[in-house]
Structure formats: structure tokens, C-alpha cells
Design a protein around this ligand. Structure first.
Ligand code: ADP
Length: 236
């Protein structure tokens, strides 16, 4: 089976500081992978390299075992189906919810565009809000709208950066159900998040990063019982 995202010997430096240190990991299609770890562990830097925002000092990231993301531009990466939802909602507040999702389809939406938008709104539970201005939505609804704007383009790799930060328990619950609904055999989902109960509910496996390296990889249940993980992260 083809690996969706293959990270090989990835090193990223900011000045003399190593944010990622010879990091290797593989994320499969069909998988939801939680990426967790203490502040400064390198989680955001990893997403930055996969999405073309930050450059590697050494090593590489392959998408679909063929495309070298470490040599591609942000635009090429997005066009190839590797998409990221950033932590802060950045919807177009003066446009309707429906039009925001349509923007996610890009310049050539196609004849079935409106239908795709409608289906996407249904998936994220915003059908009843379709004609409201995005600026009027609650924080949680904006998060779901932004997920819809990214997912409507049918990404093969979907990255979610702290999708439940600042959400209520009920909104977090709904987001977990949404992430489960978005998993598919042809898609890898990578979630960076500090809410460990949420991560446990949605992930098949977690990668615990520490000082730019993998400290642990496996199920969240096993991570909770791992002495090193408890020591550097969960025990705090
Ligand atoms: P995490 O997301 O796990 O909290 P980050 O990937 O954001 O960790 O950061 C890893 C380390 O790299 C941190 O110590 C951070 O200060 C540093 N870092 C991240 N981006 C930059 C940058 N653009 N310039 C300098 N240092 C950075």
C-alpha cells in the first residue's frame, strides 16, 4: 500500500536551533494520525514543512511516495491535494457561508460545484446557516466552515492544526464526529492538538514529538501508559 506522507530524516533549523532533528515517520492513507507533544516539540514546524511554508535543512517529505514536498512550492503542494486548516479561523466574514465553501473549490468549480458545496455544508452541519454571513457564526461554526472550505476540494492529505482549541465540550464532541466522517481510504488526516481525550477519540495512532524527534508512536492508550511520554508531556 502506498504511504500518503513519508518523512525521511527531516531536519529543520532556525538559526542554530533545531526545531526538527532527523525526524522520520510514515502516515498511511485511511489513517487519522494525532501529532502531540509539549510546546516547542516541533509539531507546527512539521505541518509547515509538509505544506511548504518552512524549508528543510536536510531530509525530505514525500507525498504519495512520488512527489517531493520538500522541493515544491506552497501553491503546488495545495494543488496536489495536500491541504491544511490553520489554527485561527480565517473565513471571509462578509460573504455567506455557502460562498465561503464555494471559494474552497478554487477557480474551476465545475458544473457540480453547487451540489458539492451543498453536500459539504451537510457534512459539517451548517446547512441551516448557508445563507448567513460567515462573520455572524459562532467560533465553533467558523472552525467547521473552515474545515469545509478545505475539504470541499477533496484533499488526499488533510492537516488540522488545533481544531478544538477554544471550543466548548459539545462543539469538541461534534468536531470529533466530523473528523471521523471525513476519514476515507484515499485520505490521510493529520491532527495537531493538545486535547488528549479528543486525540484519543479520533486517532488510530499518535506520534509524540519531543525536541524535534519521535518519542513515541502507537495508540493513544499505549502512549498514556508510556513512562517517557508521561515524563515529558502527559505528567505535566
Ligand atoms: P510546537 O508546535 O510543537 O509547539 P513549533 O514547531 O512551533 O513547536 O516550534 C519548535 C521550536 O522552533 C520552538 O522552540 C520555536 O520557538 C522554534 N521556531 C518555530 N518557528 C520558528 C521561526 N520561524 N523562527 C525561529 N524559531 C522558530
Amino acid at each position: 500500500m502506498t504511504v500518503a506522507v513519508l518523512v525521511e530524516g527531516l531536519t529543520v533549523e532556525f538559526g542554530r536551533f533545531r526545531a526538527l532533528n532527523d525526524l522520520s515517520l510514515a502516515i498511511d492513507y485511511g489513517e487519522v494520525r494525532g501529532v502531540v507533544g509539549p510546546n516547542g516539540a516541533g509539531k507546527t514546524t512539521l505541518l509547515d514543512v509538509i505544506s511548504g511554508v518552512s524549508r528543510a535543512k536536510a531530509g525530505r517529505v514525500l507525498f504519495d511516495e512520488t512527489m517531493e514536498l520538500t522541493r515544491a512550492s506552497e501553491a503546488e503542494i495545495a494543488r496536489s491535494g495536500v491541504r491544511r486548516k490553520f489554527q485561527k479561523p480565517s473565513v471571509f466574514e462578509a460573504l455567506t457561508v455557502r460562498d465561503n465553501v464555494a471559494i474552497g473549490l478554487g477557480a474551476k468549480p465545475g458544473a457540480d460545484g453547487p451540489e458539492k458545496v451543498a453536500r459539504m455544508l451537510e457534512t459539517v452541519g451548517l446547512t441551516s446557516e448557508a445563507d448567513r454571513l460567515a462573520g455572524e457564526l459562532a467560533h465553533g461554526q467558523k472552525q467547521w466552515l473552515e474545515i469545509a472550505m478545505v475539504v470541499v476540494a477533496e484533499p488526499k492529505v488533510l492537516m488540522l492544526d488545533e481544531p478544538v482549541a477554544g471550543l466548548t465540550d459539545e462543539e469538541t464532541e461534534r468536531t470529533a464526529a466530523l473528523v471521523k466522517a471525513l476519514r476515507s481510504p484515499g485520505r490521510a488526516i493529520i491532527v495537531v492538538e493538545h486535547d488528549m481525550d479528543f486525540v484519543e477519540r479520533i486517532s488510530d495512532r499518535v506520534t509524540v514529538l519531543h525536541e524535534g524527534r519521535t518519542l513515541f508512536e502507537g495508540s493513544m492508550a499505549r502512549a498514556r501508559a508510556d513512562a517517557a511520554v508521561v515524563d515529558v508531556y502527559l505528567g505535566r
